[in-house]
Design a protein around this ligand. Structure first.
Ligand SMILES: NC(=O)c1ccc[n+]([C@@H]2O[C@H](COP(=O)([O-])OP(=O)(O)OC[C@H]3O[C@@H](n4cnc5c(N)ncnc54)[C@H](OP(=O)(O)O)[C@@H]3O)[C@@H](O)[C@H]2O)c1
Ligand SMILES: C[C@](O)(CO)[C@H](O)COP(=O)(O)O
Ligand SMILES: [Mn+2]
Length: 396
């Protein structure tokens, strides 16, 4: 039985992970859970999975959580704040930590888990995009495994099983195209948050759904693939595949191409990240190619979606630049979700921050450099968005 700690248990990744644990109680046991502030759901999860330790990041929610589970005996260790989340990440005999926290907030808990010798089932891509130069050396130093749970990187990882080192020639990331894939470019200016949250294939958290709509999710995944598989940016391609049945492909040195297929269901990559190198028999809906129908592909539209090229440029710049790109994106998406900026402002704000940033410690930025770059980028985007605010107010 594998002992697991789950960071971000109340989110899309978190609840799907717990769905797996509930289906396979003979395979998995929950040691720790963390959430941001949804203590109602967290209390339900504590009752069902009886973790040893729990943290809620919002310290103002701790008392409410204590009251919500007061009758439980024994009580889990209850912690709060970012330090509490870090404590849970490194706690006890958990063999693997599932990183389902959204954003760069997952970086410090992930580092703590690695230093505690725990394997990482990585869903939280921002941690690797921003912190790759620090995380990868720690993975090696502490001898832990990083198992991709992101659907594309799981597909690539699955295709790589049995491939000799040096056999990989190219990675092809598939992209659904997101909420506006069929919308003409001249209609993007006025789209609403509600429009952007209507992902055609996947049910996900709000931030990543907006990232899918801007294609920044795919740009981030290019950087994620670089850090996970060591591929040069010239050898990581993107193709639009509206059906999201092929979850990505690899090309080998002899030009043979391997792909992983399945229904768009995040439980499968999550399960494999937890069961690897084994495969667990499931009774989930099996892929029916006739039912799936036509599988189509098209070139990504870089004029319509500038975020992809912004991500390639940041990845190639290296050092602290991916951290700036990621933080600028997190801040811009948050402002869009708050309806303080427009959809097309997102790439503009990101580009402005990246253009201003002077990459230091290019080869190997320290953790403090990455955290400082993250903070700087968020402040830059906030300041730049104020000018946009003037424009928006004048339009109204
Ligand atoms: N959803 C998917 O299908 C999918 C697929 C591939 C990769 N991913 C990646 O997985 C990560 C999570 O995505 P998601 O869609 O599951 O997001 P989500 O639904 O928004 O869930 C985010 C989780 O993180 C918690 N959280 C938020 N801010 C936090 C903070 N500052 N400190 C600690 N916990 C915090 C939330 O807690 P509360 O809700 O309690 O506030 C929630 O449990 C992202 O990095 C995403 O890119 C997601
Ligand atoms: C589910 C997914 O892996 C989230 O990262 C997928 O990438 C989302 O779909 P899209 O192709 O980015 O629109
Ligand atoms: Mn993905």
């Amino acid at each position: 039985m594998k002992a697991i700690t789950l960071l971000g248990s109340t989110g899309s990744i978190g609840t799907q992970t717990l769905d797996i644990v509930a289906q396979y109680p003979d395979q998995f046991r929950i040691v720790g859970l963390t959430a941001g502030r949804n203590v109602t759901l967290l209390a339900q999860q504590i009752r069902q999975f009886r973790p040893e330790i729990v943290a809620v990041c919002d310290e103002d929610k701790l008392l409410e959580l204590k009251d919500a589970i007061a009758e439980l005996d024994p009580q889990p260790i209850l912690l709060a704040g970012e330090s509490g989340v870090v404590e849970v990440a490194q706690y006890g005999d958990a063999q693997a930590v599932v990183t389902g926290i959204v954003g760069c907030a997952g970086l410090l808990p992930t580092i703590a888990a690695i230093k505690a010798g725990k394997d990482i089932a990585l869903a939280n891509k921002e941690t690797l995009i921003a912190g790759g130069p620090v995380v990868n050396p720690l993975i090696e130093k502490y001898g832990v495994k990083i198992l991709p749970a992101d659907s594309e990187h799981s597909a690539i990882f699955q295709c790589l099983q049995g491939v000799m080192v040096g056999g990989l020639r190219r990675i092809i990331l598939t992209a659904s195209g997101g909420s506006f894939r069929d919308l003409p470019i001249d209609k993007l200016a006025g789209v609403t948050v509600a429009d952007a949250l209507k992902h055609p294939n996947w049910s996900m958290g709000q931030k990543i759904t907006i990232d899918s709509a801007t294609l920044m999710n795919k740009g981030l995944e290019v950087i994620e693939a670089h850090y996970l598989f060591g591929m040069d940016y010239d050898d990581i391609d993107i193709v639009i595949h509206p059906q999201s049945i092929i979850h990505s492909l690899i090309e080998l040195q002899d030009t043979s191409v391997l792909a992983q297929l399945g229904w768009p269901d995040m439980r499968l990559p999550l399960l494999y990240a937890l069961s690897w190198p084994e495969r667990i028999h499931t009774d989930w809906e099996r892929l029916d190619l006739v039912k799936a129908g036509d599988l189509t592909f098209r070139e990504p539209d870089h004029e319509k979606y500038p975020c992809m090229q912004l991500a390639y440029a940041a990845g190639r710049a290296g050092g602290s630049m991916p951290a700036v790109l990621n933080a600028a994106n997190e801040q811009a998406v948050a402002l869009f979700l708050q309806e303080k900026i427009q959809f097309l402002d997102i790439p503009k704000l990101i580009e402005k921050a990246c253009d201003k940033h002077q990459v230091d410690n290019c080869e190997s930025p320290a953790l403090d450099d990455i955290l400082a770059a993250d903070r700087w980028a968020r402040q830059e985007v906030l300041a730049d968005s104020m000018e946009l605010g003037d424009r928006i107010l004048s339009v109204r």
